[in-house]
Design a protein around this ligand. Structure first.
Ligand SMILES: Nc1ncnc2c1ncn2[C@@H]1O[C@H](COP(=O)(O)OP(=O)(O)OP(=O)(O)O)[C@@H](O)[C@H]1O
Ligand SMILES: [Mg+2]
Length: 152
């Protein structure tokens, strides 16, 4: 487990960027982002995307559940899911319906579908401590992400 603190939007993006760099060569990694509205999940994802090598602008998938991005060299894929709108639907959520290959799979609001989440994942808990102060707790569950969490 690792705890990092951020005091600005840029700092949050930078922590995401560092984690993205550390994980970019993993063929498949699921990253769960847990935190309240405005905690910084999407900001963190922007950093992850840059670390992976995505140059396109990453925005919240508001009208779709999932947005897919390719790196400019086309080797890597980012799947960005926001499950906020699935609240209370009791959906039979199937992650694999959204994922058509290997890559980094980032999920905002993962606990909307708690029963349908994969067993191996890297969990990032984001706590809002103040207007611009955030605490990030990173935990590796199952995946070969232990080293990344140690190094970040
Ligand atoms: N240290 C910080 N890290 C990240 N965002 C910050 C920070 N301080 C202030 N902010 C502000 O908090 C907001 C974070 O928005 P962001 O969309 O990343 O949150 P989110 O967790 O994805 O929210 P949502 O649940 O609505 O998807 C932005 O408006 C940003 O400017
Ligand atoms: Mg968001």
């Amino acid at each position: 487990m690792k705890v990092r603190k951020s005091y600005s939007e840029i700092e949050t993006e930078t922590i995401g960027f560092e984690l993205g760099l550390l994980l970019k060569d993993e063929p498949r990694i699921v990253i769960l982002l847990d935190g309240e509205l405005g905690a910084g999940k999407t900001t963190f994802t922007k950093g992850l995307a840059r670390g992976l090598g995505v140059t396109a602008v990453v925005n919240s998938p508001t009208f779709t559940i999932m947005k897919k991005y390719k790196t400019s060299d086309y080797f890597r894929t980012l799947y960005h899911l926001d499950l906020y709108r699935l609240e209370g639907e009791g959906t039979d959520f199937d992650l694999e319906e959204y994922i058509d290959g290997q890559g980094m799979i980032v999920i905002e609001w993962p606990y909307q579908v708690e029963d349908f989440l994969p067993t191996d994942y890297l969990l990032v808990k984001i706590k809002k401590l103040g207007d611009t102060e955030r605490e990030f707790t990173m935990e590796c569950h199952g995946y070969p992400c232990k080293r990344a969490v140690e190094l970040i």
